[in-house]
Design a protein around this ligand. Sequence first.
Ligand code: MLT
Length: 265
Amino acid sequence: MATARVRGIEMAYDDVGRGPAVVLLHGFPFNRSMWDEQRKALAESYRVITPDLRGMGETAGGDGPATMDEMAHDVAALMDKLGVERAAVGGLSMGGYVTLAFYRRHRLRARALLLADTRAGADTDEARKTREEQARKILKDGTTALADDFLKKALTPETLAERPLVVARVREMIRKTDARGAANALRGMAVRLDQTSFLEDVLVPTLILVGSEDQLTPPKEAETLRREIRGSRLEVIENASHLSNVERPEEFNRALKTFLDELQP
Ligand code: MLT
């Protein structure tokens, strides 16, 4: 693990491997360790950079809502620090919201996008209300208060019943997430823009991945991304829910590596 001073916060990240740069952004309420399998699989041919987004993992939080644009600017500033001009940039769920914000604000710095288990739309009023309730609950009782509910939505019933190590790993990521950082991220997601009309402006190769059983960002959201982003490719990861990269790393890595290997140098 390394850290860099970026836009007033100390940002933790891993930077491994050699080759064209790939930046992977984690979801909520997780941290960069969710990319462990991808980091291992890609590092032979790529330079893989996985930051903890602000307030999450080992990265310090700022004050107030951690907006998707703030997080995207943090990623661009980290790339500056690491001497990375352009990278394939991708994220899962909240990481995908940040990826789209990154492209909107720093488009020349993305040579390709990965959008996994995510959506372009904004929250409904109802979803915003739920986020605020969750933020208050977390600030009062800690992030573990959300763990059971979140696990049920993020993993398939099969994984929940039969893969205790995967369940324990996800629970541990949630437990380690700082309450204030999580509340700030929830409030940041609640005010994020609807980026749907912007999708037609995405002009770089884009891979969209989604778990066939994803309830939080269902395959129909991925289909919207595919329809609106010219030339994009959608692959459905079978028998996976929202955390498709954690539940089905082999399938996820195969799709991601094939996509990256096909990019023009
Ligand atoms: C995530 O996995 O990042 C979250 O489920 C995203 C969200 O709550 O919208």
